[in-house]
Design a protein around this ligand. Structure first.
Ligand SMILES: [Zn+2]
Length: 76
């Protein structure tokens, strides 16, 4: 392994068309249009609040699995 590594020339050149993969580019929420700052929000393209609205998975899945495990369906 040599200590003299080549400079990152890829990031040095401006790429206007490659703005999609630029982490510094402000990404806005696809739902409310607010600027996203979190890495996860920029990945999904949705803010934490909007992502929770579209994907209410957490407690819902646990509740369903809990019902299935208990096998107790009220009203059946
Ligand atoms: Zn939003």
């Amino acid at each position: 392994m040599e200590s003299s590594e080549p400079p990152p020339a890829l990031f040095s050149a401006p790429q206007p068309e490659a703005g999609r993969r630029e982490p510094r580019r402000p990404v806005r929420c696809a739902l409310c249009g607010r600027p996203l700052t979190g890495a996860r929000s920029r990945r999904t393209g949705l803010g934490p609040a909007c992502d929770a609205k579209l994907h209410p998975a957490g407690p819902d899945i646990r509740t369903r699995r809990h019902e299935v495990d208990q096998d107790t369906l009220p009203g059946t």
